[in-house]
Design a protein around this ligand. Structure first.
Ligand code: AMP
Length: 413
């Protein structure tokens, strides 16, 4: 199928051609016609499948068709809600790219930065607003924006939004928009709580499922290193010096862990940046910018970077710590091998992380390839224990439980 067959307008087709897209991806092929028919949609698609354009293109098309309608003061016509600031910025960049040959306007607002410039940008209203939930509600409370004329509401990465404790904010936002709006819910996975939310807020939604929940891309080779915890840093340095080359993201579970590894890599002469929730918004922005522009080779990050971030030709992901939520593993390694490219995911597993490993392998229905030949092997007894319990499956869901109930706790990423 071609983009032309999707009946998109000429200025949008021109922008798509300039972006270098030849044909729509599967999620775009399935979703765009439904959105243009004004249906509510719940879509689950693996990260990197082109889901941003799947909602951005038809939204732009609909607004472009009705551009002659007069703008009213502080109104917004389409609202995209995203859980993290980085994702919000990325979505806004995509909207700007696809609308370049129209005179539709878009802007992005998120917390952690000054309110004034955002107030200024919203003064005369805007066609498309991309926002994180907290700042959006704040601006609404201050009467800076009016959501009474929203025609389309997009909830992106809905599962992460709920994991991050935004459920009440999301429901509030839905209530602030008119009943007649079209609602589109995008989620990498559709766990029960997302399904429940969908039932509550969507009207006879059409379902789009592009890949199985929790599957990993065939283009990522997944390698596992058993290693004692204190030796992880040495193994990491060894691999970075001898094996892993190029543009790399290293994931750690905690902000403290990120800072520590960042300092070690810096001391050892690597070109590196770091990203976590305790850094200021400016620092986060600058770190990501210089990594995306390839000014540095390595980004050490918490899972704040695991979702949706689109980095051109990322060569590898290192799971320095295994994530305690198995779905996070899928998101982390989905940062590489995007848009049909290939990539490698290296995972370090110490003896205390064996339940995490078991949960991950159970989720993805795959045994990771174990690399035996490296200088920092785990004590054979500890390793054997992991292999043995692997056959029986994990009964420990400790990590997931604590994640689900962390709504009021300070996030560790
Ligand atoms: P997303 O899943 O929205 O983060 O998109 C992943 C990547 O795919 C981004 O770099 C997009 O620019 C790219 N992309 C989106 N749609 C297409 C398409 N139809 N053809 C090629 N690349 C695309």
């Amino acid at each position: 199928m071609s983009f032309k067959a999707l009946k998109l307008n000429r200025p949008i087709l021109r922008a798509i051609a300039e972006a270098g897209y030849d044909n729509p991806t599967l999620v775009q092929e399935k979703t765009i016609p439904l959105i243009l028919e004004k249906q509510d949609v719940i879509a689950s698609a693996q990260t990197g499948t082109g889901k941003t354009a799947a909602f951005a293109l038809p939204i732009l098309q609909q607004l472009y068709d009705r551009q002659d309608a007069p703008k009213k003061g502080k109104t917004v016509k389409a609202l995209v809600v995203s859980p993290t600031r980085e994702l919000a910025v990325q979505i806004a960049e995509d909207f700007a790219k696809y609308s370049t040959h129209t005179n539709l306007t878009s802007t992005v607002v998120f917390g952690g930065t000054a309110l004034e410039p955002q107030k200024e940008a919203l003064k005369g209203g805007v066609d498309i607003l991309i926002a994180t939930p907290g700042r959006l509600l704040d601006l609404h409370k201050q009467d800076i924006i009016n959501l009474d004329h929203i025609e389309t509401l997009v909830l992106d990465e809905a599962d992460l939004m709920l994991d991050m404790g935004f459920i009440d904010d999301v429901k509030k936002l839905v209530r602030l928009c008119p009943k007649t709006k079209q609602t589109l819910l995008f989620s990498a996975t559709i766990p029960y709580k997302v399904e429940q939310l969908a039932q509550e807020i969507l009207k006879e939604p059409k379902r789009v499922e592009v890949s199985q929940n929790s599957s990993t891309s065939k283009n990522v080779s997944q390698q596992l290193y058993f290693v004692p915890k204190p030796d992880k840093i040495e193994l990491c340095l060894h691999l970075l010096r001898n094996t892993i080359k190029g543009h790399i993201i290293i994931f750690r579970r905690t902000k403290y862990g990120v800072d520590k590894l960042y300092q070690s890599l810096l001391k050892n002469g690597f070109s590196v940046e770091s990203l976590h929730g305790d850094r200021s918004q400016t620092e986060r922005h600058e770190a990501l910018k210089s990594f995306k522009k390839k000014k540095v080779d390595i980004l050490v990050a918490t899972d704040v970077a695991a979702r949706g971030l689109d980095v051109d030709s990322l060569d590898a992901v290192i799971n320095f710590d295994l994530p305690n939520i198995p779905e996070t593993y899928v998101h982390r390694i989905g940062r590489t091998a995007r848009a049909g490219q290939i990539g490698i995911a290296y995972s370090f597993c110490s003896a205390d992380e064996k339940t995490y490993l078991l949960d991950i392998q159970k989720l993805i229905h795959l045994q990771l390839d174990v690399v035996e030949d490296h200088p920092y092997p785990l004590d054979p007894k500890a390793k054997k224990e992991v292999h043995t319990s692997n056959k029986t499956g994990s009964k420990h869901k400790k990590g997931r439980k604590s994640e689900g109930s962390k709504k009021k706790k300070k996030r560790w990423y």
